[in-house]
Design a protein around this ligand. Structure first.
Ligand SMILES: Nc1nc2c(c(=O)[nH]1)N[C@H]1C(S)=C(S)[C@@H](COP(=O)(O)OP(=O)(O)OC[C@H]3O[C@@H](n4cnc5c(N)ncnc54)[C@H](O)[C@@H]3O)O[C@H]1N2
Ligand code: MOO
Ligand SMILES: [Mg+2]
Length: 427
């Protein structure tokens, strides 16, 4: 049996990430959310494009103040006749001892280097005309966003491997790019195995007869949960459906998966029962088996295999246990990172995110396998608190709903008292 750390290492070593030559596509940035950049992106121009005001106020030349020895009483600036609003009156020039009305985002006039916000000024009327008095001393360069302060033309804006979120998409738009070269999304086939399973689609068709299942049957829920997890991981889910514990039928569905997908996730049929055929089936399809079980609870019978395919990187197969919580824990612990690596994401996405949190209740484990206990994460005065759920049965697909965090108890760690810190995997 592999340790969790060994399994993670083996899995990540099996993954050969997509590359920009073979596996990328050009898309509109409006379609770019969660996609991964195939190439570095360089800025087409300086940002800000030009010196601009960061406040509504007056643009002035700091040296004029210095000439007056920064004596605010003595400082009276003539007010230039033109005001500068964002997008208007660009490239004006400031006269000597002049202040020019300017609004946030307006282009600084030539000769000005400082903006004083209007709250710190007073317009005084004298016989000689209107003047501006300063009520506070500005510092040189204050409230000016300098040209190129954010990025200079030709500098790298974002690196290959970056996953695009709202902020990245905004920055790409700001440099005038409407399209981006991203890596394609991995195609992930999902198969559910089990004689007891009824697909939700076929149940929905017949439900009007009785509205119940036949004795011994359950709905294939893993197909739907796994498809959602795959989609959430940024991949394309191909839910191939439900198949009985029948070698020939399973073989046909796995062959379809091999033809269509980069990665295959099956659930069920990986333990030691008479109807657990997945491992044997994979072997009969020429797969190399890299792991048959992992010291993780729940999730122990996780099977990891690869199948080679001509002119294609090997297909990675995960045979997940059928128990719904086991399947989900295995997904979060191993598969999400594997998909991220395959997709070309940054290495920090290849492994789950862990934090330390104080547990609100005692935690127990048998200590034989690394044990994953699901719960909720809250913050009290900035301190993370882990609140465990009550029932950790690996079949309990109800108690695992709304899970955002999973406490991890190491092998041999059998007890964490309430209030102590525990490692928590954040999902
Ligand atoms: N003698 C032993 N028995 C078992 C062992 C063991 O070490 N020795 N391991 C147990 C552990 S741990 C797990 S986990 C399960 C894994 O079983 P399988 O992967 O073979 O899965 P199945 O037997 O097909 O199903 C288990 C359970 O999950 C339900 N299931 C299956 N598929 C779905 C689905 N798509 N949607 C919802 N529920 C599903 C199925 O009905 C079973 O109740 O083996 C233990 N046994
Ligand atoms: O590994 Mo099983 O998932 O303990 O129930
Ligand atoms: Mg079984």
């Amino acid at each position: 049996m592999l340790s969790v750390a060994e399994a993670e290492k083996i899995i990540l070593n099996l993954i050969h990430p997509f590359n920009s030559e073979q596996d990328s596509e050009l898309i509109e940035i409006s379609q770019g959310l969660q996609r991964i950049l195939a190439t570095d992106i360089y800025s087409n121009w300086d940002l800000p494009h030009w010196h601009s005001a960061a406040m509504d106020g007056y643009a002035l030349h700091y040296a004029d103040l210095v000439d007056l020895e920064l004596n605010l009483e003595a400082c009276q600036f003539a007010i230039a006749p033109t005001a500068i609003a964002a997008g208007h009156n660009n490239q004006l020039t400031l006269g000597n001892r002049e202040a020019m009305r300017i609004f946030t985002g307006g282009m600084m006039p030539l000769g000005a280097d400082t903006v004083i916000m209007q709250e710190d000024t007073e317009v005084v009327m004298t016989e000689a005309g209107k003047f501006l008095k300063l009520k506070a001393k500005p510092t040189q360069g204050e409230y000016v966003r300098r040209q190129g302060e954010y990025i200079k033309a030709g500098d790298k804006l974002l690196g290959a491997g970056t996953r695009l979120g709202a902020t990245e998409i905004g920055a790409i738009a700001a440099i005038g790019q409407s399209q981006v070269q991203v890596l394609r999304q991995p195609k992930v086939a999902i198969i559910s195995t089990g004689d007891e399973l009824v697909s939700l689609a076929s149940f929905a068709k017949t439900a009007h007869h009785h509205g119940t299942l036949a004795s011994g049957q359950i709905i294939d829920s893993n197909l739907h949960a796994l498809a959602a997890l795959v989609t959430q991981a940024g991949a394309i889910a191909i839910p191939l459906g439900t198949v009985a514990d029948d070698r020939q039928a399973m073989r046909e569905l796995f062959q379809r998966a091999i033809a269509e997908a980069d990665l295959i996730i099956s659930s069920g049929g990986v333990s030691v029962g008479d109807y657990d055929h997945v491992e044997q089936l994979l072997e009969s399809l020429g797969a190399d088996i890299h792991g048959r079980s992992v010291a993780i609870k729940p999730g122990k019978p996780l099977t990891v295999a690869t199948i080679s395919k001509p002119a294609h990187r090997p297909i990675i197969c995960f045979g997940l246990p059928g128990n719904p919580a086991s399947a989900m824990i295995c997904f979060w612990r191993f598969i999400r990172g594997a998909i991220a690596k395959l997709n070309g994401a940054n290495p920090r996405e290849w492994v789950p995110q862990f934090i330390q949190a104080h547990t609100t209740q005692d935690l127990h484990s048998q200590g034989r396998r690394e044990t994953y206990l699901w719960g909720e994460l809250t913050y009290v005065k900035g301190k993370p608190l882990f609140a465990p759920k009550q029932n950790y049965s690996s079949g309990n697909l109800v108690s695992i709903t709304s899970t955002k965090a999973i406490a991890v108890m190491r092998v041999h760690q059998t007890y964490v008292p309430q209030g102590d810190q525990v490692l928590v995997m954040v999902i």
